[in-house]
Structures are given as C-alpha cells and as structure tokens.
Design a protein around this ligand. Structure first.
Ligand code: GLU
Ligand code: ZN
Length: 295
C-alpha cells in the first residue's frame, strides 16, 4: 500500500449520540488511517433533518475530541452538498438509468423490501415521486479486508433502490458514494451493518466512473438480545471521564492486545500506542459481537 495516499474517514449520522458500537467503528477507522500514515476525515451525514437529534452534532464532535480521535481538516457536512447530489440524480434520470416511483408504502408490502419494479416503465414525472436507480441483474462482489469475500445479486436481493426520496431528501447510498469520491477517500472502515449496502455503492461507483475504495467492516456490537445497540444506548453521550477505559475496551473488541497498565494513561497516549500496534488482521471475522462477551 502506498502509505502517503491513504485517506480514511468517519461519517456519523447525527440521529443520536455516539455509543460504544460507534466508538469501536470510529477507533478502527482512526487507527487504520494513523497506522498507514494517512489522513482521517470527518463527515457529518446530516441529510435527514427529521431524524436528527437536537445537539447530536456538537456532542459527536465533543466526544471524538475528548477521546483523542483527532480529525484532519475541516468537518464536512452533507447538508451543504445538495447541489452535487441533485446534479447526479438529474444526470441518471435523463440517461434513463433512474426513474420516478410513486408507489405507496402500502403497495410495496409483501415484497420483503425488494422493490418489484412496478414503476420501471411507467414514465412518471419527478414531481412528488421518489427516484429509483435501475439495478442490473448481476452479482456485485468485493473482498472485505476483514470479512473476506462478499457478494450480492442486486436484482434479486435488493431491487431498484431509492436515490432521492419522495420528500426530496437524498438517500444515504447516493450521498456516501459521491462524498467518498469527492473527498478522495481510499479506505472505508465502518460497521458490518453496512456490509450489505456495499454492493449498491459499488454499482453506483461503476456507473459514475468513480474508483472503488478498499473496505473493512468491523463487527457490530450488539445488545444481549442480539439487537444493534440502539436508542437507549444513545440516550447520553459517552462519558468523557471514561475515555481511557472505554478505548481500551473498544480495542479489545477489535481483537487488539492491550496493556493493563494503560488504564492510567491519557486517551492520546493509549491511541498513539494502539496505532503503533494496530493489527487489522486480529479483528474477528464476524458481523456481530454481543456486548456481553466483551471484557
Ligand atoms: N452515516 C452512516 C452511519 O452512521 C455511516 C456511513 C458509512 O460509514 O458509510 O451509520
Ligand atoms: Zn413505484
């Protein structure tokens, strides 16, 4: 790997505070970038104002700072990128690669979330409609640095997917692909809940002639009942005074060897040490990790 060309990023959605699972993902991404001598960018994925939690943006930045997860350059905001998203949606639409869909939620019941293509050839106008991208009847595959080979048949397993919602908001799939390319991101390190979103993103990259980043998906920390760490875990910011012990715990969740003496150290020291020792191959090759199993 050309170390100097590494660009990583953390891209939180401000729908809540960072929780322990987000810390694990942020830490993995930060360490992978620092160990490679690369840059680490921070992008606020604030494209869905109705789902945004008041104060979450500021709290996320504060948590990252108090945990020593320093980013490079200015924070970027997806809320300021609407023109770029709109331009691409119009391009895809005028090329016939995307189309307007007026299906109601009710009409789409019973298809297991796989869009059955009802509006594919309807020729609807864009007004008051979602815009969907046509997917090919093809398998998209990639080699994840931790999870290994992953593949998905876009037609059968996903269906034509939304790139602009009916309410005019842009979809995560579109925004993430455009912004990663715009920011020159070479390495995406994130939670394994997004593993099955990746083939859609590969298809968009291919369609738009963008280069494909490397991917590393870290296990998602789950509650004892197997659910993703959710609302209740997001009800308060991660305590700043717990930075060192929680970073050490997150390092163990990532399979990294930790030194017990480090509990006395400042977060910055723990991170610098962890970056020197960083072994991405020690991360467990699993999609979820129950929080109860961590120590
Ligand atoms: N904003 C997404 C999230 O918080 C992450 C996007 C990504 O890393 O690709 O789940
Ligand atoms: Zn439709």
């Amino acid at each position: 790997m050309n170390h100097t060309s590494y660009v990583g990023r953390f891209a939180p959605t401000p729908s809540g505070f960072l929780h322990f699972g987000s810390l694990v993902a942020a830490l993995a991404s930060w360490l992978d970038a620092r160990a490679a001598g690369g840059r680490w960018l921070l992008r606020m994925e604030d494209i869905d104002p109705p789902r945004e939690a008041p104060g979450a943006q500021a709290a996320i930045l504060q948590t990252l700072e108090s945990y020593g997860l320093v980013w490079d350059g200015e924070v970027t905001y997806q809320s300021q990128r609407h023109d770029a998203y709109a331009e691409v949606v119009q391009r895809l639409f005028s090329m016939g690669l995307a189309y307007a869909c007026t299906c109601s939620r009710k009409q789409l019941e019973g298809y297991n979330g796989i869009y059955p293509g009802l509006c594919r050839n309807a020729g609807h106008a864009q007004h008051d409609a979602a815009i969907r991208l046509r997917v090919p009847e093809l398998i998209y595959r990639f080699e994840d640095r931790v999870q290994g080979p992953f593949e998905q048949h876009l037609g059968r397993e996903v269906g034509d997917f939304v790139i602009r919602r009916r309410d005019g908001l842009y979809a995560y799939q579109l925004a993430v692909v455009l912004d990663d390319a715009w920011q020159g991101v070479t390495d995406i390190v994130r939670g394994a809940d997004l593993l099955d979103n990746t083939p859609r993103q590969l298809y968009l990259q291919e369609l738009l002639g963008l280069s494909q980043p490397r991917y590393l998906h870290v296990p998602l920390i789950t509650q004892p009942d197997g659910h993703k760490l959710g609302k209740s875990y997001r009800s308060a910011p991660l305590p700043p005074e717990q930075a060192t012990p929680l970073i050490l715990r997150a390092l163990r969740a990532l399979g990294q060897v930790t030194d017990p003496a480090m509990v006395q150290a400042r977060p910055e020291e723990v991170l610098a040490h962890a970056a020197r020792q960083w072994t991405s191959s020690a991360i467990a090759r699993c999609h979820t990790l129950p929080e109860a199993q961590l120590h």
